[in-house]
Design a protein around this ligand. Structure first.
Ligand SMILES: Nc1ncnc2c1ncn2[C@@H]1O[C@H](COP(=O)(O)OP(=O)(O)OP(=O)(O)O)[C@@H](O)[C@H]1O
Ligand SMILES: Nc1nc2c(c(=O)[nH]1)N[C@H]1C(S)=C(S)[C@@H](COP(=O)(O)O)O[C@H]1N2
Length: 212
């Protein structure tokens, strides 16, 4: 059986196959319940208006194991997008960025830069985050991999951005750029609820709405 045979078959051409990876020594050992995957799932279910299939993994902060999980989800499962949470700080066991860069074919530095811009508006320790965004290319497809911070509340903050008290967006979240990025790497055409996250695409990349 080849890697391609193990790929998830989309139930719809626009279905996003999305890996969710929680990287936490304590949650993976059962010291506390994992709050990372539920936070990711909950936000994406709210934000996406096109179909999504989640493939989830809860693993410890081990560099080789993180890289192996990312390769499995990207090359065997065929994920279009993988979101990780945890292990991006300066502590000795925080190795998620190194494990992610090790499987990259392209770096996407804008995602990490924007996450730090957002996080600094919430906490001064946003400067301690080392999140990276990368693309891993296969022969006929590609996967966008984004590291998010480990604090469950930081997941929403970085994906959605910072809002003023009246709900207006002050700093855009990183997810606003994800649908167009996935389109550019030949993934599905995903759409979002603008009340949660207004995805941006240049006019030339917008798909015409089907006539009623
Ligand atoms: N999966 C998770 N579920 C619940 N809370 C988490 C999770 N991951 C991290 N946190 C919380 O966010 C904090 C910062 O996350 P970080 O990734 O730095 O974890 P950590 O301190 O290295 O510990 P661990 O890897 O054991 O979760 C943690 O100390 C913990 O309070
Ligand atoms: N939006 C947001 N970003 C945040 C935080 C936060 O509370 N909110 N915590 C910071 C802290 S304290 C650290 S150490 C780094 C790295 O986090 P990680 O090791 O949990 O991935 O993320 C930072 N980014």
């Amino acid at each position: 059986m080849t890697a391609a045979d193990l790929r998830i078959a989309r139930s719809h051409p626009d279905e996003l196959v999305c890996g969710l990876v929680s990287i936490s020594d304590r949650a993976s050992q059962g010291v506390y319940d994992d709050a990372g995957i539920p936070a990711l799932r909950e936000w994406l279910a709210k934000a996406l208006t096109t179909p999504v299939r989640f493939v989830e993994r809860l693993i410890p902060d081990e560099q080789a194991g993180i890289s192996a999980t990312l390769i499995e989800l990207a090359d065997q499962v065929g994920c279009d997008l993988i979101l990780t949470t945890g292990g991006t700080g300066p502590a000795r066991r925080d190795v998620t960025p190194e494990a992610t860069l090790a499987v990259a074919t392209k770096e996407m530095p804008g995602f990490g830069e924007q996450m730090r811009q957002i996080s600094l508006r919430f906490v001064p320790t946003g400067i301690l985050s080392r999140q990276v965004g990368v693309i891993r290319e296969q022969a006929d497809s590609a996967t966008l991999i984004l590291n998010l911070p480990g604090q469950p509340k930081a997941i929403r903050e970085t994906l959605e951005g910072l809002r003023a008290a009246d709900g207006t967006l002050q700093v855009p979240g990183i997810f606003a750029a994800v649908p167009y990025c996935i389109q550019l790497i030949a993934g599905p055409y995903i759409e979002t609820d603008p009340a949660v996250c207004a995805a941006f695409r240049p006019k030339t990349a917008l798909r015409a709405k089907a006539q009623a």
